[in-house]
Design a protein around this ligand. Structure first.
Ligand code: ZN
Length: 131
């Protein structure tokens, strides 16, 4: 297997890309928030406020809850990846604990599973509870 290990340069590159993506996602989520006060929106908003310090603007309209949910789940993956980079656990598969090959991480810095586990998860299809 080639390029199984991340070099320090790889890690720096990945950290930069993850931080850039983090900013992008927060900007996207921010734009999506309107001054809705239905329970689902409030729950999302509270979750964001719990995890970070940005203030939700009240003047936006047209919240797309599906898009925001997707962005928030990607944001939490990106945050987990950044945390992993900081504490040295980055690059391990969440399902089987094997190292994720460097090539996969470079293609998808927020990947949390190795290709085998990801494919197994996708084969089970939608509606199946994941781990
Ligand atoms: Zn795995």
């Amino acid at each position: 297997m080639s390029r199984a290990e991340l070099t320090d340069t790889d890690r720096r590159l990945l950290a930069d890309r993850l931080r850039a993506r983090h900013r992008e996602l927060k900007g996207e989520i921010h734009r999506q928030f309107a001054d809705h006060d239905d329970p689902q929106t409030m729950a999302l908003r509270n979750r964001l406020e719990d995890t970070d310090d940005w203030a939700v603007a009240d003047s936006m309209q047209g919240l797309d809850i599906a898009m925001v949910s997707r962005d928030i789940s990607e944001l939490s993956q990106v945050e987990a990846a950044l945390k992993g980079l900081a504490d040295g656990t980055y690059g391990r598969c969440a399902a089987c604990d094997e190292p994720i090959p460097a090539a996969r991480l470079l293609a998808n810095p927020a990947a949390v599973r190795c290709i085998r586990c990801q494919e197994a998860l996708e084969r089970r299809g939608p509606g199946t509870p994941s781990l």
